[in-house]
Design a protein around this ligand. Structure first.
Ligand SMILES: Cc1cc2nc3c(=O)[nH]c(=O)nc-3n(C[C@H](O)[C@H](O)[C@H](O)COP(=O)(O)O)c2cc1C
Length: 356
């Protein structure tokens, strides 16, 4: 189950990475949501059971359109074009034996997608945002230097300007990577455990990425939270509780020190009702979380800090801390941002140094 979940997070990171890279070349990226999994498997040649072996089938995740969004072809046209193709090659068998994980099969079947209508409008709200990054690095440099922090120093503080800029980059803006990939309404909102941000009281904050979610988020959590709007006007950031949450963050993140030693840690609260109504959207919720994570990775680098994705967390502990009792909102991914400790045992080489 955990493996399946990590693959979905990774898919979100990959979607965002493609979207940023495409934008650097002047191209738009769109997630083609309407396609059924079976149709996508057919287009990619993954439905060739005989060439893949029954024990190790491949399944498609997502179809991305890169280019002019006006020219997005209907999946039927793609399939028609591929009707006469001849597939070459056979998949290698990955392992000599096969370990059965029935839960992976069941979540795969429960979240299988059939054809749906393409969502037409993005839930972008106008944000009058003019903040500039703390450091002005080129995209290529940020993308290449990005690494996960192995540990944080527990002392670095970031400025409020850097913090607000990072959060502003998590807001949806049309035709802007990585949010240009998603046409469905925003479904994920970060709950932030702030430890070391200058001029900002340590404690619990929530970034409400779409104003429509505010009443439901408020209702899901403890009634005594403050919900005090804080930060610049353009940022829908709410202060819920002043508190030193370092020990809580560490506990929630499977006792990992980086959650306490960071400048801030966060959990991504997903509108889980969407998945309860349309089970295949369970995957999309993880993707949205992964996209948020990739944005944080790059924005942290751009501000001179570093980030680390946290797939290992105790969701029940997070929900108990927030006072979430039902399934309307669920935390699906966590993240940490801080001052990285450089591990002297690691060497760094230029990308693509070894030419074939
Ligand atoms: C979905 C996901 C979950 C992760 N979970 C953790 C985690 O719980 N703890 C941790 O220290 N690092 C975690 N990481 C960081 C990975 O260990 C790291 O991304 C991986 O080692 C590759 O290194 P890189 O990000 O520097 O390229 C996670 C990364 C991803 C993408």
């Amino acid at each position: 189950m955990r493996a399946w979940r990590y693959c979905q997070h990774d898919c979100g990171h990959a979607i965002a990475a493609v979207s940023y890279a495409a934008a650097a070349l002047g191209w738009q990226t769109r997630l083609v949501e309407a396609t059924a999994d079976d149709a996508l498997a057919e287009v990619l040649g993954l439905d060739r059971r005989e060439d893949f072996g029954a024990a190790e089938p491949e399944v498609p995740d997502a179809l991305l359109w890169i280019g002019n969004p006006e020219a997005l072809p209907a999946p039927e046209r793609l399939r028609a074009a591929l009707n006469k193709v001849h597939w070459y090659g056979y998949a290698n068998q990955l392992s000599a034996g096969h370990e059965s994980w029935p839960d992976i099969d069941s979540i795969h079947h429960a979240t299988r997608k059939s054809r749906t209508r393409e969502p037409s409008s993005l839930n972008a709200e106008p944000h009058l945002w003019s903040a500039t990054p703390a450091l002005d690095l080129s995209f290529a440099r940020i993308a290449r230097q990005r690494r996960s922090a192995m540990s944080f120093d527990g002392t670095t503080r970031i400025t409020t300007a850097a913090f607000f800029t990072m959060l502003a980059c998590l807001l949806v803006r049309s035709d802007t990577p990585p949010w240009n990939t998603l046409m469905s309404p925003v479904a994920v909102h970060p709950a932030l455990l702030v430890h070391r941000v200058d001029d900002l009281e340590p404690g619990l904050y929530v970034l409400v990425r779409h104003s429509g979610a505010l009443p439901s988020l408020k209702q899901a959590m403890r009634p005594k939270w403050l919900w005090q709007k804080t930060g610049p006007d353009y940022l829908p950031l709410y202060f819920l509780l002043p508190y030193d949450l370092r020990a809580v963050a560490k506990l929630i993140c499977c006792h990992q020190d980086i959650a306490a030693d960071s400048c801030f840690a966060l959990g991504m609260l997903a509108n889980f009702e969407i998945a309860l109504k349309q089970p295949w959207r369970y995957r999309h919720l993880f993707w949205e979380c992964g996209i948020l994570g990739q944005a944080l990775y790059l924005e942290a680098e751009a501000s001179g800090a570093r980030a680390t994705g946290i797939g290992c967390f105790f969701d029940d502990e997070m929900h108990a801390m927030l006072g979430i009792k039902d399934h309307a909102w669920q935390s699906l991914y966590h993240f940490t941002v801080g001052g990285a400790m450089v591990d002297q045992r690691l060497s760094t080489f230029a990308p693509y140094e070894v030419q074939p």
